[in-house]
Design a protein around this ligand. Structure first.
Ligand code: UD1
Ligand code: CA
Length: 463
């Protein structure tokens, strides 16, 4: 396909009432405009030009150098925005798909069908339209007596009769470049919003006896344009449903799809089971046989096969096959659990490696720690990794045994097969095979209770 695409993303997005540009608000974890670019790529469009406003660097930071950019210094309307691409496209011979950065829900097949409909016709322009129950906010498609496209009228400029039309302009078009730019040079901002409307090329092209056709599409959801946060939430809902369906059909079990939230970038293998109230965010990857949830949040987590995570949070960490986490634990960024490691209930670990087959079963905090293989960490173990200025590492070698309720004051190293007596505060290294004890010996005072009783004054008599 020699078609190029222009994505309009320079608008202020006033109706979002936001400090950040509208088109970078995320939908299922991916910025709105990145969905648009993705959809175009999936439809096979190679060359993509994004029109950005003066604060376009935020959009560039997201889309990178895979697309080209044109800056629209002043937001004078959609027609003015497209006109800014005239120079960059002067040698472009094929047709041009124009799409808005706030319509992220098109399926690649729909965009391909739109392009083929255009290319197999004699038309200079093809407008994608849908029919909706509530056309509020959209441009209305006005047809002439023969049913041909006559013009597109914005909501704010529409007469009451025009406003009743439910067929709307999706804002996605295919044009022949040269006549489109020629028509764009002639449009005037003579409307309620004083803007240069792209839609005004329709009557100009008609005047020149050029054909502009309609491609009416059946699925109105795909054309949803996001102008405010209500529409943002509606788009999120539609996309979430699609993502759920996609993964269920790919072999993932969801016990309760309605409370299972999966971001656009997540990748799941067949025979993953997702229990209710589970959030699979960011670039999370889950391998086959893993059971996640209930009440679990994974963000940028990489899980091997047969991992079990129950009521826990895992952020930016890798878990090898057979690991087991939860309930009520927090795996913070930078952790690596090797095969078969266990982090049980009420634990927090951060920037920590847990070796193969090692266990942190209850109520521990491990930060900046390297735990070897087959280590047992007793209940309530705490690494004291922060001295108020700097973080220090703790190393616990293979097969060490840390008794319950120990503090390990970093930097410190526990040797292979060493033991630590329960309740110790360890401030120095322990050699391999040694027992570290760092607590007071117990002292028993005989008959203490009886003596205490005898010293007690009798209770006051009630008056
Ligand atoms: C536009 C269409 C309307 C259509 C609707 C579909 C026009 C005049 N109206 O209305 O017919 O039904 O989309 O969703 O085209 N933008 C720029 N520069 C500007 C103005 C806008 O780049 O100067 C970009 C915005 O970032 C946005 C897109 O163009 O991504 C559409 O602008 P918006 O203001 O949302 O237009 P609508 O009022 O939705
Ligand atoms: Ca819009």
């Amino acid at each position: 396909m020699t078609v190029a695409a222009v994505v309009l993303a320079a608008g202020k997005g006033t109706r979002m009432k936001s400090d950040i540009p509208k088109v970078i608000h995320p939908i299922c974890g991916r910025p709105m405009v990145a969905h648009v670019v993705n959809n175009l790529r999936e439809a096979g469009i190679g060359r993509i030009i994004v029109v950005v406003g003066p604060d376009g660097e935020k959009i560039q930071a997201i889309l990178g150098s895979d697309v080209e950019y044109v800056v629209q210094e002043e937001q004078l309307g959609t027609g003015h925005a497209v006109l800014q691409t005239q120079t960059i496209l002067k040698n472009h011979s094929g047709s041009l798909l124009v799409i808005h950065g706030d319509t992220p829900l098109y399926r690649a097949g729909t965009l391909r069908d739109l392009v083929s409909c255009h290319e197999s016709s004699e038309a200079i322009g093809t407008v994608l339209t849908v029919t909706v129950d509530d056309p509020f906010g959209y441009g209305r498609i006005i047809r002439d007596a023969d049913g041909k496209l006559e013009k597109i009228v914005e909501e704010k400029d529409a007469t009451p009769v025009e406003a009743m039309v439910r067929e709307i302009n999706s804002g996605t078009y295919v044009f022949e470049c040269e006549p489109m730019f020629a028509a764009l040079c002639r449009i005037k901002p003579q409307n309620v919003q004083n803007e240069y409307y792209l839609t005004d090329v329709v009557p100009i092209l008609r005047e020149e006896y050029r054909r502009v056709q309609v491609f009416s599409h059946g699925d109105a959801d795909e054309a949803l344009g996001i102008n405010n946060r209500v529409q943002l939430a509606a788009a999120e809902q539609i996309l979430r449903n699609r993502i759920r369906e996609h993964w269920m059909l790919a072999g993932v079990t969801m016990v309760d799809p309605a409370t299972t939230y999966i971001d656009a970038e997540a990748v799941l293998e067949p025979d993953v089971v997702l229990l209710p109230f589970t959030f699979i965010e960011g670039h999370t990857q889950i391998s086959t046989g893993s059971v996640i949830g209930p009440f679990t949040r994974l963000k940028d987590a990489r899980l091997g096969e047969n991992v079990i995570i129950n009521q826990a949070t895992v952020l930016d960490s890798s878990l090898e096959p057979g690991c087991n986490v939860g309930p009520y634990s927090h795996i913070r960024p930078g952790c690596h659990l090797r095969a078969g490691a266990k982090v049980g209930g009420f634990c927090e670990i951060k920037n920590t490696v847990i070796g193969s087959g090692s266990k942190v079963p209850h109520l521990s905090y491990l930060g900046d720690t390297d735990v070897g293989d087959k280590v047992n960490i007793g209940a309530g173990t705490i690494t004291c990794n922060y001295d108020g200025h700097d973080k220090h590492r703790t190393t616990i070698q293979d097969e060490a045994f840390v008794g319950s309720n120990c503090n390990l004051v970093a930097p410190v190293e526990i040797g292979t097969g060493a033991y630590i007596a329960a309740g110790s505060t360890i401030t120095g290294d322990i050699p391999p095979g040694a027992l570290g004890v760092a607590r007071n010996r117990q002292r028993n005072i005989p008959d203490w209770a009886k003596r205490r009783e005898s010293k007690r004054r009798p209770p006051k008599k009630e008056s």
